[in-house]
Design a protein around this ligand. Structure first.
Ligand code: MN3
Length: 210
């Protein structure tokens, strides 16, 4: 079974005004679709074509070298965006507010409090030069959570050697210009600040529990 584009769990305009409808439409229907199509094309005819995307990106070193780069970018893009859509929800209807439960406890243990966590996460998002992602991950040894950032469509699941950070991502923020440029132009900080209004903490909690 090849990868397929997951349906958005809300309509294109649902995250307005924080993320605009036109951006969502292009981001999901064009960008994410292209990652799915390109990953499928590259993996077609290999034993990896039937594997879950998590397995594929966690074993990039085992992917044939002639397709490894394409798979890294496009299977990475597919996984990252699939997570991204799910950890957002309309503001006030599942989106925004503060984490609760286990993930709140883990965030407080690692960062002191939610406000400090947001500052550190925003630093990771703002410090990523060019295109990439900011992440909150459960550490590989499961001892807690940590923030990191990756370039392009790299993902912490790819591991330290490839992505420059590791762990299991439970929250991710796309800071490619395609994620915000129509509404925010060069004002990435405004996008990052507004995005907190649409974070679906119940879903992050689900991810945390694995
Ligand atoms: Mn994107």
């Amino acid at each position: 079974m090849s990868f397929s584009l997951p349906a958005l769990p809300y309509d294109f305009a649902a995250l307005e005004p924080h993320v605009d409808a036109r951006t969502m439409e292009i981001h999901h229907g064009k960008h994410h679709k292209a990652y799915v199509d390109n990953a499928n094309k590259a993996l077609e005819g290999t034993s990896w074509a039937s594997k879950p995307v998590e397995d594929v990106i966690a074993h990039l070193a085992d992917i044939p070298e002639n397709i490894r780069g394409v798979v890294r970018n496009n299977a990475g893009g597919h996984f990252n965006h699939s997570l991204f859509w799910k950890i957002m929800a309309p503001a006030g209807r599942g989106g925004g507010g503060e984490p609760t439960g286990n993930v709140a406890a883990a965030i407080n243990a690692a960062f002191g409090n939610f406000a400090h966590f947001k500052e550190e996460f925003a630093k990771a998002a703002m410090g990523r030069f060019g295109s990439g992602w900011a992440w909150l991950c459960v550490k590989s040894d499961k001892s807690g959570v940590q923030i990191c950032s990756t370039p392009n469509q790299d993902c912490p699941l790819m591991g330290q050697a490839i992505a420059g950070c590791g762990g299991r991502p439970i929250l991710g923020l796309d800071v490619w210009e395609h994620a915000y440029y129509l509404n925010y132009q060069n004002r990435r900080a405004d996008y990052v600040g507004a995005w907190w209004n649409v974070v679906n903490w119940a879903e992050v909690e689900k991810n945390f529990r694995g």
